[in-house]
Design a binder for this molecule. Structure first.
Ligand code: AMP
Length: 396
């Protein structure tokens, strides 16, 4: 892997694609600085090695050119504090001001460019735009794993202008190392735990994982499509009828490959989609009409926990139930705790994807699992087995 650990940055101008796409409130204050914090080690390493660091990022989804609420200038103060140095800012990511400020930047100094997506050329992957960005620096570092699945100008196209000076920053490197550790080098038994609302968003992941795992645990809303495919009665639970055949095919493939599939035996069911609904436990394949499954039941929690605790490698994506509602959060909490227990006994556990990351944070288990991926969509595409343009552009 080409990383910033084996390159001489002395006197170089280094252009770093970071992910500063942070949430801002009405006063343009940062409400979650996780993504900024994540890139600090990369930036400090480059500064320490004598590089002048030029940072570029997108923020939000501006539609038609510059917009105050999407300006990266809102990030400057926080970033300066975190780095312990005054970060300079260019009001445009290309053009004269950016050129002049980049040219005048000294070793150890940091310049942040304005939002790349103020130009539609960014998402269009425009080569000329990428060339203009590239002209600001000698070296290109990609540290934005969250956009690695996009073939944008700054995430992929630009790399061609740095054939011998392109590499991954620490965020990117860590994400790839940890996901590869699970997908390519995972010790057996390897168990994947999938949940969340729908099968449709996860079917490619299931198909790719079936070649790799020993056990596949399925919970969340998506379990009901599988249970119905097996002939079960699911009442008013979330079901994707157009995917019943797909679900059956996945179950057949699992059997052929010798993968053990675990579907919930019981479910916590409710008479409406509401935290205060009437609730009871029922066999997951005998849910009466008018009732819907919103969490996995106690018996299932026991089975899932046992499988998890007997695993050496764990990959978790998606909640086991509607964990946003306290009355249907137990399954997700208990699975998260079982993963933490397995980790304390030596298993390697990776948690990824928006809602499972939210759950792990909610239950304060971030430090009790081996790695939490912040990659979101990029991480999911990677476990689907797809090539990420941002990764390929560096490796080519
Ligand atoms: P996803 O984005 O596909 O990972 O889905 C996450 C969402 O799935 C969360 O908002 C959960 O509330 C929801 N979810 C989990 N279990 C169920 C269920 N049994 N019925 C409906 N929604 C569910």
């Amino acid at each position: 892997m080409k990383t910033i650990d084996d390159y001489n940055f002395k006197g170089k101008k280094v252009l770093v694609r970071v992910d500063f796409n942070v949430p801002l409130n009405e006063k343009f204050e940062i409400t979650d600085d996780t993504r900024i914090r994540a890139t600090i080690p990369t930036i400090q390493k480059l500064r320490k090695e004598g590089a002048a660091v030029i940072l570029m990022s997108h923020l939000g989804r501006p539609k038609n050119g510059p917009e105050e609420k999407f300006s990266l200038k809102h990030v400057v103060k926080d970033l300066s504090e975190k780095l312990g140095t005054e970060v300079q800012f260019a009001n445009d990511c290309i053009g004269e001001e950016a050129r002049e400020k980049a040219a005048a930047l000294k070793p150890g100094e940091v310049l942040l460019l304005e939002n790349l997506r103020f130009y539609k050329e960014e998402t269009a992957g425009d080569v000329e735009f990428a060339k203009k960005l590239a002209s600001l620096a000698d070296v290109y570092v990609n540290d934005a794993f969250g956009t690695a699945h996009r073939a944008h100008a700054s995430t992929a196209v630009i790399a061609r202008f740095f054939p011998n000076a392109k590499m991954f920053g620490y965020v990117m490197g860590n994400e790839l190392k940890n996901i590869n550790k699970v997908l390519k080098e995972g010790e057996k038994p390897f168990t994947a735990i999938l949940g969340g609302a729908k099968v449709s968003g996860k079917i490619e992941i299931i198909n790719n994982l079936l070649d790799k795992v020993d056990n596949l645990i399925i919970g969340g809303g998506m379990m009901f499509t599988f249970i119905k495919a097996q002939g079960g009665r699911v009442g008013n639970s979330l079901v994707e009828d157009d995917l019943l055949e797909t679900a059956k095919a996945a179950l057949r493939k699992a059997e052929e490959l010798g993968v053990q599939i675990y579907l919930p035996q019981d479910a916590v069911i409710a008479d409406k989609f509401d935290n205060n609904a009437n609730r009871k436990t029922a066999p997951s394949n005998e849910i009466p009409d008018g009732w819907m499954g919103l969490d996995i039941g106690e018996e299932t929690i026991r089975t899932f926990s046992q499988v998890i605790e007997n695993s050496a490698t764990l990959l978790w994506n998606g909640p086991m139930g509607v964990f946003e509602m306290d009355n249907f959060a137990k399954g997700t909490l208990e699975v998260a705790q079982a993963i933490a227990r397995a980790t304390s006994k030596g298993a390697f556990s990776l948690v990824g994807g928006g809602d499972s990351v939210a759950a792990v944070n909610k239950y304060h288990l971030q430090d009790k699992v081996s790695y939490v991926s912040t990659g979101g969509g990029a991480m999911l595409e990677y476990i689907e087995g797809k090539t990420l343009p941002g990764v390929a552009a560096i490796e080519e």
